[in-house]
Write a protein that binds this ligand. Structure first.
Ligand code: URA
Length: 238
């Protein structure tokens, strides 16, 4: 872990966090993201929201894109969905101190619209590098956009809670916490999926011990595939 440089004036709270809990490579990545001009979201964002949490980390949660609060504060998941995520993590004795949290897209889409395929594609190299640096044993995808990177041509309602091995890590698809804010009945479903994380992590540790280096590709499909999911899945359920 990098020692904090207390004299430095950090460009953003996330970069300051990466200095404290990440590696120099993570800081470099967050600094690059901070200046990213790669898509139209660069013109409308207040600031980029690269991620938060330790690197490396055993568990990495990947959501969709920052909302208004995240855009203002520079941290992922600080609004109502984030409070529910904190509750879910606390329920399994985890927290933002131990879990790395990121999004598919690092800038807020205006009006919280869905991220567009070209925005997802522009951000994908950043997410790839972030995953490589965090090197999680278990990835928890929150919602359909991050799910689509590993699970193409299906819906979150069909596959939530069904982990799959990719290379030397496990990927667990889950509903986005915001889905529970719109549909109260999903709260218990999401909590039940989350409750499986500690056991899955044990399994993931065994996998990693047997296969320390990742020999096989971890991607089923580009995340942009999410944009072509059935209309019923497009907004109703994140
Ligand atoms: N929803 C997300 O997917 N990410 C955030 O950071 C906040 C809300």
């Amino acid at each position: 872990m990098t020692e904090p440089n207390l004299d430095a004036a950090y460009a953003s709270p996330a970069i300051e966090g990466a200095h404290r809990t990440g590696t120099p490579e993570l800081v470099e990545l967050y600094e690059e993201i901070a200046d990213c001009p790669a898509c139209g979201l660069a013109r409308t964002r207040t600031q980029t929201v690269p991620g938060w949490g330790p690197a490396p980390a055993e568990v990495m949660c990947i959501g969709e894109a920052p909302g208004a609060r995240e855009d203002e504060q520079g941290f992922p998941f600080v609004g109502a969905a984030g409070r529910f995520l904190d509750e879910l993590l606390a329920g399994i004795r985890m927290s933002r101190e131990t879990v790395h949290i990121a999004n598919v897209v690092k800038c807020r889409p205006p009006g919280n619209r869905d991220p567009q395929p070209e925005e997802i594609a522009a951000c994908q190299p950043y997410l790839d590098r972030q995953i490589a640096l965090v090197d999680p044993l278990l990835i928890v995808t929150l919602g359909r956009f991050s799910m689509a990177r590993w699970f193409a041509g299906t819906t979150i309602s069909r596959i939530h809670g069904q982990p799959k091995r990719f290379g030397n890590r496990l990927v667990m698809p889950m509903f986005h916490p915001a889905a529970a804010l719109r549909r109260g009945d999903l709260r218990a479903v999401i909590a039940a999926d989350f409750a499986r994380i500690p056991a899955l992590l044990d399994e993931a540790r065994t996998i990693r011990a047997e296969e320390p280096a990742d020999a096989s590709p971890d991607v089923d499909a580009p995340i942009a595939a999410a944009a072509s999911l059935p209309a019923s899945e497009q907004r109703a359920l994140l």
